[in-house]
Design a protein around this ligand. Structure first.
Ligand SMILES: Cc1cc2nc3c(=O)[nH]c(=O)nc-3n(C[C@H](O)[C@H](O)[C@H](O)COP(=O)(O)OP(=O)(O)OC[C@H]3O[C@@H](n4cnc5c(N)ncnc54)[C@H](O)[C@@H]3O)c2cc1C
Length: 289
């Protein structure tokens, strides 16, 4: 989406009186308890499922191995629009290998083409029939010269003489019985092969933030998605609502928008039910801030 569209919408929200507080990690810099103590009467969690799944193989931390989101934002945005630690431009790559088969991996391969890579490969552990992303994206990627390596599960990455990643070793897979998702499970055939690459992009899905879930559901919880009532979007904690990817897992903009609107209505009803004295405190807080 063109950035001016977002900026215009933000300006509209400012005019409505919305306050934006940046560089604040809810769960570390401020807790939900502190928000309530500070005078807020309801909290909506829309923190998404933005933590990229890590590749758990030896050498996954070599220089030149990069997570999909970082690759995309550093490849697409002007450095001054990025946090300081991301401002260094991406090194020029000749061979980019993207691991993962969803829409994010298609964004990465096509970004790699635009950044001038000579060879771009997408490696996925099943076949195209099981790929979750949109077919149209794969058609466009192929048209742009992207090569697909199917039935390939990464085993380890290997560095070159300069210490940066130089290749990734894969196990050749075959399709076995269907798993719980209904898709046929990839099983190793015993064969191995390697793909040369000077940049390796990890695009193997996203998860939510367990720290935020623990703030609502307790210290012992090991889930990364927030549980809500499907009607009210309220969490187990009164006054705390949630929607979008942090509830559904990585999904779509349109479903997150719909959740936000329905949750807003539900929050409105919740605030209306609060005793009058508490409601007026909101006005006091807004004025004070
Ligand atoms: C590479 C990529 C490409 C995509 N392409 C498409 C597409 O083409 N079409 C489509 O419909 N969808 C696409 N999606 C999915 C879409 O972006 C999400 O489904 C949607 O943005 C979810 O909205 P959300 O409001 O739930 O969360 P998000 O949009 O993820 O917003 C969450 C925000 O909360 C912030 N945050 C996270 N944790 C905290 C915290 N603890 N404290 C404070 N702030 C926090 C994050 O920085 C982020 O700004 C794509 C996703 C990715 C990763």
């Amino acid at each position: 989406m063109e950035k001016h569209i977002l900026q215009e919408y933000m300006a509209h929200l400012y005019r409505l009186g919305v306050e934006f507080v940046g560089s604040t990690y809810v769960g570390r810099d401020i807790t939900i308890d502190e928000l309530f103590e500070g005078g807020y009467h309801a909290v909506f969690l829309g923190h998404g499922a933005s933590l990229g799944n890590q590749l758990d193989v030896p050498g996954a931390d070599l220089p030149g191995v990069i997570m999909a989101t970082e690759f995309l934002v550093r490849g697409n945005l002007q450095p001054e629009l990025l946090p300081e630690w991301m401002r260094e431009p991406l090194p020029k790559s000749e061979r980019v290998l993207v691991i993962g088969g969803g829409d994010t991996s298609m964004d990465c391969v096509r970004t790699a083409v635009r950044l001038g890579a000579r060879e771009v490969t997408c490696a996925y552990r099943r076949t195209e029939a099981e790929q979750k992303g949109r077919e149209e994206e794969r058609v466009h990627a192929r048209e742009e010269g992207v090569r697909f390596e199917y039935l390939a599960a990464p085993l380890r990455t290997e560095a070159g003489p300069d210490g940066r990643v130089a290749r990734v070793h894969f196990a050749r897979m075959a399709l076995g019985e269907p798993d719980e998702s209904g898709r046929r499970r990839p099983v190793p055939t015993g064969e191995e092969f390697a793909v040369e690459a000077d940049t390796v992009v990890i695009a193997i899905g996203y998860g939510g933030d367990e720290e935020v879930v623990r703030m609502i559901e307790g210290k012992d919880v090991n889930r990364s998605l927030v549980t809500v009532s499907p009607e009210t979007f309220e969490t187990a904690r009164p006054g705390v609502f949630a929607g979008g990817d942090c509830v559904k897992g990585a999904d779509l903009v349109v479903t997150a928008l719909a959740d936000g609107r329905r949750a807003a209505e539900s929050i409105h009803h919740y605030l209306e039910r609060l005793p009058k004295k508490r409601s007026s405190a909101i006005t006091g807080l807004r004025t004070a801030r």
